[in-house]
Design a protein around this ligand. Structure first.
Ligand code: UDP
Ligand code: MG
Length: 208
């Protein structure tokens, strides 16, 4: 089988209201990039109907579903997705459409053109409440201090990683981690671009 060029890894926890809309927007974007791709959906122990919806999507050859036994948290779920991914470039994003799938080509072309190891993203016009945005400022400050890397928005999970970075993160066997920060340990060339941000399409945030 020919080699996968692009993997998209999406953690899913109780997202039954969003999954159909997510795939309706994501699949045409992936097709339009003319790369060999896979979409990896990780069910993080959902208690709603998410897993059965994911299993239906898995009828498509380009979809892989990972089923976790219980709720391990968003970053552990992404790590599980990484471990079954095979793309040269791996993009992560949320399942609730706060990260517009239409931004993926931009992320990938910046990575390719600039030979970056990691491309992060800054949410333009962030659609979250003040009570979420304010703590993020502190998290961003702490992450900059700890990593020594001057990224502005560590919390946006719409990010692209090159395979060697992902391989090293998997090899860490670190399951309770903050992936954007861990990646910087293994990445030499890192950048950040502005992306759009949307309201959650349906359902409720898992971090009220
Ligand atoms: N998520 C997950 N496990 C959890 C909590 C969240 O896999 O325990 C997923 C969730 O389905 C979504 C992403 O992580 O795809 C971000 O979660 P959410 O949208 O609830 O967070 P917020 O955007 O409010 O920070
Ligand atoms: Mg969200």
């Amino acid at each position: 089988m020919s080699k996968i060029q692009l993997s998209v890894v999406i953690p899913v926890y109780n997202e039954e209201a969003n999954l159909a809309a997510l795939m309706t927007r994501l699949v045409p974007v992936m097709k339009g990039m003319w790369k060999r791709y896979e979409i990896i959906l990780v069910d993080d122990g959902s208690r709603d109907n998410s897993l059965s919806l994911l299993k239906e999507f898995a009828n498509e050859p380009f979809v892989k579903v990972v089923e976790l036994t219980r709720n391990y948290g968003q970053h552990a779920a992404i790590m599980a997705g990484f471990s079954v991914s095979s793309g040269d470039i791996i993009v992560t994003m949320d399942a609730d459409l706060q990260n517009p799938p239409e931004e993926i080509p931009k992320l990938v072309s910046v990575m390719e053109d600039g030979q970056y190891d990691v491309v992060g993203s800054i949410r333009k016009g962030r659609k979250d409440s003040f009570l979420r945005i304010w703590p993020s400022k502190i998290i961003n400050m702490v992450a900059r201090k700890i990593t020594g890397v001057h990224m502005r928005d560590w919390g946006c999970m719409l990010r692209a990683y090159r395979r060697p970075v992902v391989e090293r993160m998997i090899a860490c066997q670190e399951h309770s981690t903050f992936i954007p920060a861990l990646a910087t340990v293994f990445a030499k060339r890192v950048t950040e671009i502005e992306v759009a941000h949307e309201e959650r399409f349906g359902g409720k945030s898992n971090y009220p």
